[in-house]
Ligand binder design. Structure first.
Ligand SMILES: *Cc1c(COP(=O)(O)O)cnc(C)c1O
Length: 442
């Protein structure tokens, strides 16, 4: 099976330069840190475009395919522009993500708004900006959206978010009739929702079913099972109500390689399973092939991103671990402290002495749990060295906080030996810009 870029640990342009320092996109990583400071998020444009090319080629044999990037994995104007240029639509989950793609000049018809508790304000923004599809998650939202659509004298195009009874935990999955999940309609609730739409909600137009079964998925069979369940439901709704649903959105979830142990499947393999399953189910249940929507997030943007940190203090616990502290941590990458996520890293600058030492990388935030990488082998890391952590493009900046009132990190885009700021560093003034002292305290 052809290899795809999401299976790589490092950006495709990463190499050792003549100086002995690492380079990405033709930019010396040490020079980048001198120019922009650390922590610094770096996005390699060539890797991002290569991942997009994999997806486009892999899915090209299914005629009606629509690629939607899951904005929640990384939402910035510049990356939205690149993904728009690559022909992607967007799966968005908040007013902020809607506004970002809107400002990036995205065709709003290619945007799907998704989420289990969208507010009236967010739905209003979606209607005003002409978001193409709203994935309705529950009965409350059906009613709210129909009322809103009525007040705008509009018909809103929707999907129903359903829980197909498949849940993935990366290396294993469970399949049950019902799932205890906060997202979507249980399969047993679909008929009630459909009847409400047909009989009462005349400002809603239902186009299809939407599901998302998990994230960092390594197994392909789950997609087969998910598609079979969705197609079976569509055929059943056709038979029972004469309803012709012609869209299925199967969500995202394809995994990436955070450490050498991880072996995510190729995009080409996933695409084959998805397309074959779809063709097979369509035949089995006797319906017209629907338009297929996929919404990858992590597998699009993760590999293109690295984070650069400067190493500062260190601590040798007597008879214990050696801790190396960096100038970032859980506020710029909360995944290790939130769910024990693992990462790989290297020293980016040339090291004379390359004898390996096992160390633990500690963040600078005031929590004992702020540990970025446990027990990693590095060539005698010391104060002033630059640490390059791989696969930080997804769910790092998008989950970042200002914990400890530390400014969020900058982000640069690199390509063909050029670097451009795409998120500028926050200033101290930015940090207090929304603070207000009530008059009575003055
Ligand atoms: C999070 C999410 C995605 C993207 O998941 P990845 O694992 O990043 O590919 C896609 N669709 C929905 C509905 C999601 O909630």
């Amino acid at each position: 099976m052809k290899e795809s870029t999401n299976q790589l640990l490092k950006p495709i342009t990463l190499k050792k330069g003549d100086s002995g320092n690492l380079e990405i996109g033709g930019c010396d990583l040490v020079e980048l840190t001198e120019q922009y400071g650390t922590p610094l998020y770096v996005i390699d444009e060539a890797t991002l475009r290569s991942v997009c090319a994999d997806y486009k080629v892999a899915f090209s044999r299914y005629e009606k395919v629509n690629m939607m990037f899951a904005s929640k994995s990384l939402s910035t104007l510049a990356t939205s522009v690149i993904l728009k240029q690559e022909g992607f639509g967007f799966d968005v989950v908040s007013a902020g993500e809607i506004y970002t793609v809107y400002k990036a000049g995205v065709d709003m018809k290619k945007v799907l708004f998704n989420g289990n508790n969208k507010s009236l304000e967010e739905l209003t923004l979606a209607l005003e900006l002409g978001v193409g599809r709203i994935s309705v998650d529950n009965f409350f939202e059906l009613d709210l959206l129909n009322e809103l659509a009525k007040s705008y004298k509009k018909t809103v195009d929707i999907l129903l978010r359903v829980t197909p009874g498949i849940e993935c935990h990366t290396h294993e999955y469970i399949q049950t009739g019902h799932l205890d999940s906060k997202f979507g309609f249980d399969l047993t609730q679909i008929d009630e929702a459909v009847e409400l739409i047909i009989n009462s909600y005349s400002n809603l137009k239902l186009h299809g079913l939407h599901a998302h079964i998990g994230s960092q998925i390594f197994e392909t069979k789950v997609y087969h099972d998910e598609i079979e369940i969705l197609i079976k439901e569509i055929a059943r709704l056709d038979e029972k109500y004469g309803l012709k649903l012609d869209e299925i959105n199967i969500g995202g979830g394809l995994g990436v390689k955070y450490t050498e142990k991880d072996c995510p499947p190729s995009t080409y393999e996933i695409a084959d399973v998805i397309i074959d399953s779809l063709n097979e189910s369509v035949k089995k249940y006797g319906i017209e092939p629907p338009a297929l929507f996929i919404e990858p997030g992590r597998s699009i943007i993760s590999t293109a991103g690295v984070t650069l940190y400067t190493i500062g203090s260190s601590k040798q616990v007597p008879h214990g671990k050696k801790y190396i502290a960096i100038d970032g941590g859980m506020a710029d990458n909360p995944r290790p402290s939130m769910y024990q996520a693992q990462y790989s890293a290297e020293i980016a600058n040339f090291k004379e002495n390359d004898s390996l030492q096992t160390v633990t990388i500690a963040g600078r935030f005031c929590e004992s749990g702020d540990i970025l990488i446990k027990d990693i082998e590095l060539p005698e890391p010391a104060e002033g060295d630059i640490l390059c952590v791989y696969n930080t493009g997804a769910y790092n900046y998008s989950m970042a906080s200002n914990y400890n009132r530390v400014q969020k990190s900058q982000m640069v885009l690199v390509n063909n030996s050029k670097s451009d700021i795409i998120i500028s560093r926050e200033t101290l003034e930015d940090l207090i810009s929304h603070d207000v002292i009530p008059d009575r305290l003055k």
